[in-house]
Design a protein around this ligand. Structure first.
Ligand SMILES: *Cc1c(COP(=O)(O)O)cnc(C)c1O
Length: 394
């Protein structure tokens, strides 16, 4: 391992250290006074100045910066191999801040045609009335995304990969080239893959978005969001907007996400192991019409996912062979899998996207199949997960 990073040094010195080492050591050095190995939760709104303007470590007011949040932001940057990271009160707060820092009314963005429901609602119901136009495109089809771009007007090409809940895979490297040719930035929502399985900035993306509520926090006990960027000017604009809009992560929430990130690698390995076992089980079951998982050779995004992801993640979707009611019944019968929205926690979750997470896109081009069930495969004993699915399928 190279030198541990100092409090203000960012992730760069740690670029040569392994992912797990960065996750555990970036952004914090044992406290010089007490030796505390973990950053305290700095529950303070303001900071004493040594004479007017004499800030200690740059800290002035906790909307602008807070040491617990700084530790998280530096860890996010170190894990995404970015210039700088930013932590927000939620994934959607991060998204809105990013949009307002990079777009003005009259601009245009391209978003996935199966975007996370909340992201679609943000663009459709909040950013569009503000004056930002959008076009949807299937992220798995690079040419379709290119065709949706309006050169000179499109500011952002927004990518989720894998997408939610249909697990479409976008080619980050190819889409970065397409976006850059048109003078747009490529934004990658890396929530589903997590920083461990995929590092979009190293593939040409300009901005990484996370709902840290999911795998980054990993324990279903916090709502948060993050951004990571590699360009210093863009980082400055984001820092200005983060402070001006003020949707920052609080100290308690920052601490929880930071704690989650330290075990991200081992959790993701187990999520992937269990998801692979679930996929194998569902693939062999006649009650299941189709299993959707990028790790399957037959998945249309398998080849691209193999190139840009370390493994294929913990989210598995499937279509019940007996239709919508059977899919709803399976969600209701599951016991080890908890019927709930969200994903990425240690516990397995099951949900019906059409009636739950994606209800807000019903009747639009983003509507999902009615017989679709989405699983967030947790890290419980795998045999218990398989037995539960067996009884839940009916
Ligand atoms: C949950 C989620 C979001 C929104 O994040 P919040 O923390 O709920 O605001 C954005 N993108 C994806 C892919 C998500 O799963």
């Amino acid at each position: 391992m190279s030198e541990p990073s100092s409090g203000q040094a960012g992730g760069h010195q740690q670029d040569k250290a392994g992912f797990e080492t960065r996750a555990i050591h970036a952004g914090w050095e044992p406290d010089p006074t007490t030796g505390a190995v973990i950053p305290p939760i700095f529950t303070t709104s303001t900071y004493k100045q040594d004479g007017v303007g004499g800030l200690r470590g740059g800290y002035e007011y906790s909307r602008s910066a807070n040491p617990t949040r700084t530790a998280l932001e530096q860890t996010v940057a170190a894990l995404e191999l970015g210039e700088r990271g930013f932590a927000f009160a939620s994934g959607l707060a991060a998204e809105d801040t990013l949009v307002r820092a990079t777009c003005t009314p009259g601009d245009h963005v391209v978003i996935p045609d199966d975007a996370y429901g909340g992201t679609f609602r943000l663009f459709d119901k909040v950013e569009k009335p503000w004056g930002l136009d959008y076009t949807t495109a299937p992220v798995a089809d690079t040419e379709a995304v290119a065709a949706a771009i309006e050169p000179g007007r499109t500011r952002l090409v927004w990518l989720e990969t894998p997408t939610n809940p249909l697990l479409g895979v976008g080619d980050i490297e190819a889409l970065a080239a397409v976006a850059h040719d048109a003078g747009a930035l490529l934004v990658v929502d890396n929530t589903f893959a997590s920083s461990y399985l995929q590092q979009p900035l190293t593939l040409g993306a300009d901005v990484v978005v996370h709902s840290t509520t999911k795998y980054a926090g990993g324990h279903s006990d916090v709502v948060g969001g993050a951004l990571a960027v590699r360009d210093a000017d863009l980082a400055e604009r984001l820092a200005f907007h983060q402070n001006s809009i003020g949707a920052v992560a609080g100290a308690f929430d920052s601490w929880l996400v930071l704690r989650g990130l330290k075990t991200l690698a081992v959790r993701m390995e187990r999520h992937c192991d269990n998801a692979e076992a679930v996929v194998a089980f569902l693939e062999g079951d006649p009650r299941v019409a189709e299993v959707i998982y990028p790790g399957l050779a037959a998945h249309p995004g398998h080849e691209v996912a193999s190139r840009q992801m370390k493994r294929f993640g913990g989210i598995v979707s499937f279509r019940h062979a007996s239709g919508e009611q059977a899919a709803l019944d399976a969600c209701g019968r599951a016991e080890v899998f908890t019927l709930a929205e969200s994903l990425g926690g240690i516990e397995s979750l099951i949900e019906h996207p059409g009636r739950m997470t994606h209800a807000s896109v019903a009747g639009t081009s983003l509507e999902v199949p009615a017989d679709l069930v989405r699983l967030s495969v947790g890290i419980e004993t795998v045999d218990d997960l398989l037995a539960d699915l067996d009884q839940a399928l009916g």
